[in-house]
Design a protein around this ligand. Sequence first.
Ligand code: GLN
Length: 193
Amino acid sequence: MATIGVLALQGAVREHARVLTSLGADVRLIKRRDDLDGIDGVVLPGGESTTIGMLLEEYEIAPRLRSGELPIFGTCAGMILMADEIDGSDQPRLGVMRIGVRRNAFGRQRESFEEAIGGAPVAGEPLRGVFIRAPYVTDVGPGVEVLGRVDGKIVLCRQGQFLAASFHPELTDDRRLHRYFLEEIVLRAPHLA
Ligand code: GLN
């Protein structure tokens, strides 16, 4: 199996670690640059994207994540950090995906909700997402596949080895999206395939 690093600077870290471990991955918490050595993929958890973005630079983790050598799965704030455009904000980011996002995009009426996601690449029941002050994707560039929508808004997308979700799959007991990341992205990476 693979070794997955969960970025552990701030945010919903333990829940991701628990899901990944239950799927058979070895999990390592990433707190500084050298923790990335020997890792096969990285999860960027939700939290506060401005804070996480600053800490990624301060601890010199950002350049290696930006280099494209590692598969990355970003959830909520993690999605925001992966976007190359953030509506109305110049906050620090990785910018590895050709997507534009809007923060807290569902508005005050829908600060926190759970909803079925249309079109997600999983078999069986629709995937359900927990959304907490969630972003959505406003623009996608070349090479970006849209994998899920809620209210017609893009909430799940993939660009090669990069997967981004607006919601928190680690807060439900549905492990299918983590499994998709492991099986369809990480384990197919050239050095593991
Ligand atoms: N609203 C947060 C942000 O903009 C993201 C919220 C989350 O990760 N649950 O960074």
